[in-house]
Design a protein around this ligand. Structure first.
Ligand code: NAP
Length: 493
């Protein structure tokens, strides 16, 4: 059992502690290793690496961004099986990538980050984990925001007698064949799991609160010929990646972050997709959103609408009132008897940061720093928290393109800072005025964004209606803003 990581590497504190072995933590670790930054450790709370792709093993789990784009530019894979890779293939990719880059000896699995305190005199972070303390000169958080399952606050939730689980904590021991399954939620996870469950369920009842906007996915296997070409001619693969990048990027450039003429055109496209897939008028009416496309994440699927028309599937829109030992009761008083309940109800995005205790300079906690809402300079650094960096921090999520592209920008930015620390600087901390300027810029852009003005309520917004999750512009704009760490915006000491 690992109790004290620095003891393994000698009396010196770690140069960097990376928290999380998902896409972002692994990307950071590879680039640190390539830059010769050592000693370096990655801690991961799960018993295996992969982050989101380790946790989400529900039937049908797959990426909704094309695989050649949803992968690291410096760890290419020529032989993706499908346009949109399934979860096991993405997980295998992350494992292979970690192994190929020699990361395995640096990763401590089953080690949970509990918090950290900045030691001013020592110029180090004193980190608490469930396996003992760690001392590190800097911390890079690769914890992401989508890993604390959110459950609806329904009366009687614990009273259900049968199996009940969340899409992110799937219970594979439960045989679903022939069962009466209730699924709550109609987000990105639900639209992937529902078609698979419908194939095996005796009856599936889907409890919808808000219908999502859905576009065709056009998923398909990638031909062997194409895989060989990508392997033999890396330039062709790079061109394909660039084509996919710009295809997605153009959505932001065309104004997908704001309500515009194009919003109406995209809505017409999605309505045509719905009309073609669902001839029944009454069902179609239930599935037609009453808010602007883009306000919530735009989903893509070819099999969700067909699944809802199977004879063993019912769509309930009455709203869930409570849970009973035998099933769910909707607002209209109707009881739905069930054998299994599946919560496809998303994640608590603020929990990542509110559940840990991060104590920065002069006893300032991250909770105090964020009492008026989460926010970070470039989504990466927070004034008062020296040598602490976040990957996929506030306002760096995306609705229109691959989040891996954002991770790569952040990794470069953090690397610049870590290199400055290696050159003899002890402390690097963002200047409060630089952070305030950045957050002002973001807030101005967000004020009339589609997430604010689109007539919906989504997990992008916090309890006060502020959007601290999404980057309100293109990936290229973020690249320009964040790729290089501008040392003038930092205080070096
Ligand atoms: P989500 O988008 O937050 O969806 C949660 C769903 O649960 C919503 O439909 C919500 O309804 C519903 N819900 C919550 N409480 C409810 C209640 N009391 N009664 C009825 N319905 C309730 O969560 P998710 O689908 O897990 O997706 C979260 C994020 O994960 C996505 O936006 C995406 O970024 C990521 N993801 C990505 C992929 C991928 O393919 N790359 C796949 C899955 C997830 P309302 O809409 O009314 O709130």
């Amino acid at each position: 059992m690992i109790t004290d990581v620095p003891n393994e590497t000698g009396p010196e504190p770690l140069a960097v502690l990376i928290v999380g072995a998902g896409f972002s933590g692994l990307a950071m670790a590879i680039r640190c290793k390539q830059a010769g930054i050592a000693p370096l450790r990655v801690i991961e709370k799960a018993d295996s690496l992969g982050g989101t792709w380790h946790d989400n093993t529900y039937p049908g789990a797959a990426c909704d961004v094309p695989s050649h784009l949803y992968s690291l530019s410096f760890a290419p894979k020529a032989d993706w099986s499908r346009m949109y890779a399934p979860q096991p293939e993405i997980l295998a990719y992350l494992r292979e990538t970690a192994e190929r880059h020699g990361l395995m000896p640096l990763i401590r699995l089953g080690t949970s980050f509990q918090g950290a305190t900045w030691d001013e005199a020592g110029g180090v972070w004193r980190v608490a984990t469930d396996r003992g303390p760690i001392t590190a000169r800097s911390i890079v958080s690769g914890m992401g925001g989508l890993h604390h399952p959110a459950y609806p606050d329904l009366p009687g939730r614990d009273s259900f007698a049968g199996p009940a689980f969340h899409t992110a904590t799937w219970d594979h021991a439960v045989d679903l064949t022939g069962k009466r399954i209730g699924v709550i939620g109609t987000g990105a996870s639900a639209i992937q799991v529902v078609p698979e469950l419908a194939k095996v369920a005796g009856h599936l009842t889907l409890f919808q609160r808000t219908p999502p906007w859905i576009m065709p996915k056009n998923d398909h296997a990638i031909a062997e010929r194409a895989k060989t070409r990508y392997r033999r001619l890396p330039l062709i693969r790079r061109l394909e990646r660039a084509r996919l990048f710009w295809l997605h990027e153009v959505r932001a450039l065309l104004g997908f972050t704001k309500v515009s003429k194009l919003t109406g055109q995209a809505e017409a496209l999605a309505r045509r997709h719905l009309a073609k897939a669902v001839p029944d008028k009454a069902l179609r009416a239930k599935l037609t959103p009453n808010y602007r496309l883009g306000c919530k994440r735009v989903l893509i699927s070819d099999d969700y609408y067909p699944a809802l028309q199977r004879p063993n599937v019912t769509l309930e829109t009455g709203g869930v009132a409570r849970v009973t030992p035998t099933g769910l009761v909707t607002q209209d008083g109707q009881a739905h008897d069930l054998d299994v309940i599946v919560y496809a109800t998303g994640f608590d995005v603020t929990a990542t940061f509110t559940r840990m205790t991060l104590v920065g300079r002069s006893g300032l906690t991250l909770k105090q720093a964020w009492s008026g809402g989460m926010g970070a300079y470039q989504g990466i650094t927070v004034a008062g928290f020296p040598n602490y960096f976040m990957l996929l921090g506030p306002n760096t999520g995306l609705g229109h393109n691959s989040v891996v592209a954002m991770i790569e920008v952040q990794v470069q930015h953090v690397l610049d800072c870590l290199k400055a620390l290696r050159r003899g600087t002890r402390v690097i901390e963002v200047r409060p005025e630089a952070q305030a300027r950045f957050l002002d810029r973001i807030r101005t852009r967000l004020a009339d964004s589609i997430w604010q003005a689109g007539g919906c309520r989504s997990w992008y917004l916090d309890a006060e209606g502020r959007n601290a999750t999404l980057w309100p512009d293109s990936v290229m704009a973020y690249r320009r803003s964040a790729r290089r760490a501008r040392m003038a915006d930092y205080r070096l000491g």
